[in-house]
Design a protein around this ligand. Sequence first.
Ligand code: ADP
Length: 472
Amino acid sequence: MLKELTSQRLEQPCVEVLNPATQESLGWLAADSLEQVESKIVAATLAQPKWAAQTAKYRSKLLRKWFDLIEQHQQDLALILTMEQGKPLSEALSEVAYGASFVEWFAEEAKRAYGVTIPATFDGKSIRTIKQPIGVCASITPWNFPVAMLTRKLAPALSAGCAMISKPAVNTPLCAIALRHLALEAGIDGELLPVVISEQASDVGLKFCTHPSIRKLSFTGSTAVGKQLMQQSSQQVQRVSMELGGNAPFIVFGDADINEAVAGAIVCKFRNAGQTCVCANRFYIHDSVYDEFAQKLHAAMSKLSLGAGVDGHDIGPLIDEKALQKVDQLVHAATLAGAELVCGGKVASDIGTLYYQPTLLSNVAHDNPVMKVEQFGPIAALCRFSDVDEAIHFANDTEFGLASYFFTQDLTLAEYVSNKLQYGIVGINEGIISTEVAPFGGVKHSGVGREGSALGLDEYLETKYIAVGGLR
Ligand code: ADP
């Protein structure tokens, strides 16, 4: 009813943004129709060649200004992020800093889109390559990191000389709007970075994939949706970057520093209430240290406080009711299949509607359903192993291949295991692997392409080979 009234007042359909901590409304936004999406693509297509024709140094300067403004407004951005997404304010501040780091990094990288000169194979010829922007790009991003997932795509696209139309998740559109506002204040032409607000994700996705002006799609989200988008994009042989699901193993070998492993497990597992694609999803612990690790992890988990992100708690709400039900059902299925519930395992209804207790499951079999799917919730499921190759087999026994983690003091073992793990990212004695300077991305069903690092710029560039003959 309220939605209809607001839509009438706005004279177009609208979406409501809710605070997941309290279920209170943060406001209403006018939703874009497909005709409006078309107009934004046309405007971006007209604006992009002028942007591409500017020097890289010019683009770099504007991106740098954008970075400065994000830093200047980090407190406000973090508050918006916590209010619409739910994560603790301290984590929101870290995400804003992480998101800003891509803008800073790609402002610098903009000037380094080098081609190469290749020694010619015959006299009188020259062979070289240049890098050129792909053109107009599109991005679709999820709700779990509404700042960083966007800047990780938008900053390299803009620095390369592309335009990018973005569709943030409909639960968390405010960060995207705020970031765009700051980009405009920095002097970047707004037509280069339109934002689409829409609940019609599949229609907008189809338009992005099939619009002849859009030459590249960058998506972060579930594997199922990623596969659908790749299929749609294939019609016009569109370039794609796909950051899809994960099922990260976290292995603790017998010689590991257990206190470090527990500290790594806490940040890796419980950041953002377990709602990250690089979260530890399956713990494999060597028999010889299993009891010590389980006991220390339990003790550390019992110190985690649950509550609204703005109030300084460690774990905030899950994003919505569907996410909460999924986590609850998963814990139920895990215990039915033989896992022991050590703590948690319930909706924390005394705190609010969308909170789930940090949950520890012990003696979980490798083939328990909780080990097979991306949990996206505060569940730590521990499985025993007795042999290095058994742990590697367990870790690789999944269709996913994004992040993996292991703890050991043995350099030879570390070398062996990191070579054997079929993952795009390996963290050794480290629970946090994300940084703008390193390539982020997965193998197998976890995706295509890399974001961040020098490779992240190449995702938005075409290499043109120029052969010159007849030289005297
Ligand atoms: P999550 O489980 O993290 O919500 P999704 O893959 O469902 O992952 O969503 C990630 C992003 O993809 C969101 O912006 C969402 O609106 C969008 N999305 C969901 N379904 C589709 C679809 N069929 N086509 C295009 N985008 C979609």
